[in-house]
Design a protein around this ligand. Structure first.
Ligand code: ADE
Length: 270
């Protein structure tokens, strides 16, 4: 079953007894089969709001609102804000791919953010580089319990299917990392650019284009969030081709496997 309404008709917060979980990705391949799974389980009610389609239903028994942020920090911030205000989500999880920044992070690895930072924000000398002016912060934390549950789901996926995935996709056996993810409105695709990121932010594990914007909006509204990224490339000169093949051939498999285990875990469980 599928139904569609405009935003003006959307009143999920007026009727829902349990606040839904918001699930976001930038691109359709990064969501895997999530919307189809929702369609099969509960039917999907699609609400169009701010030029995006928000799919409302339930996945593995969890009421969810699933949507595509599209690419970049503004897109992520706008979508996060709509999930909070128009859909009254209880928490937001972002799933997708990222470029590896740390030399220890390889294609096929998974990074769960504990903090996120905008690597391209720079109002110096008025404010320190990386600080969000007037908020006095550069690093935004994810929710500890949500990130713990997401990382546990990733660890289970790696234990159960990591070796098979590596053989199927020709990658190393995946590892799960936790730490800093940096975001900016750039696709990082040169040895010089990723080297500059490493120099400026030695603890950065991965780079993408949305997560820190989501984390800032969630911080400002007191909504828990978590971000999981599978490494599609190492942000160097090979990044465009590595990214495209990973996105089309592998990203959905990881996303399906991680989200299924995440949604099946009891809340509060690591
Ligand atoms: N997402 C995936 N790979 C990326 C890269 N190299 N730069 C920015 N975002 C990315």
């Amino acid at each position: 079953m599928s139904t569609t309404t405009s935003a003006a008709m959307a009143t999920p917060q007026a009727t829902a007894t349990v606040r839904p979980l918001g699930i976001l990705a930038a691109l359709p391949q990064e969501l895997g089969d999530l919307i189809d799974a929702m369609r099969a389980e509960s039917g999907v009610h699609t609400v169009t709001h701010g030029r995006r389609d928000y799919h409302v239903g339930s996945v593995r028994g969890t009421p969810c609102v699933v949507t595509l942020a599209r690419v970049g920090k503004v897109a992520a911030a706008a979508t996060a804000s709509a999930l909070i205000h128009a859909f009254d989500v209880e928490a937001i999880v972002f799933t997708g791919v990222a470029g590896g920044v740390s030399r220890d992070v390889h294609v096929g690895d998974i990074v769960v953010a504990s903090t996120l930072l905008q690597h391209d924000i720079d109002a110096s000398p008025l404010f320190p580089r990386f600080e969000v002016p007037l908020l006095g912060m550069s690093r935004f934390s994810t929710d500890t319990a949500l990130a713990e549950r997401l990382a546990a789901a990733c660890e289970r996926f790696v234990a159960e299917e990591g070796a098979a995935c590596a053989a199927r996709f020709g990658t190393r056996e995946p590892r799960v990392h936790r730490g800093l993810i940096v975001s900016g409105d750039q696709f990082v695709a040169s040895a010089a650019a990723v080297g500059a990121l490493r120099d400026a932010l030695p603890d950065a594990l991965a780079v993408e284009m949305e997560g820190a914007a989501l984390a800032q909006v969630c911080y400002e509204y007191g909504v828990p969030c978590a971000v999981v990224r599978t490494i599609s490339d190492t942000a160097d000169d090979h990044a465009p081709t590595s990214f495209m093949s990973f996105l089309t051939e592998i990203a959905g498999t990881y996303s399906n496997a991680i989200l299924a285990r995440f949604l099946d875990a009891p809340r509060g469980a690591g």
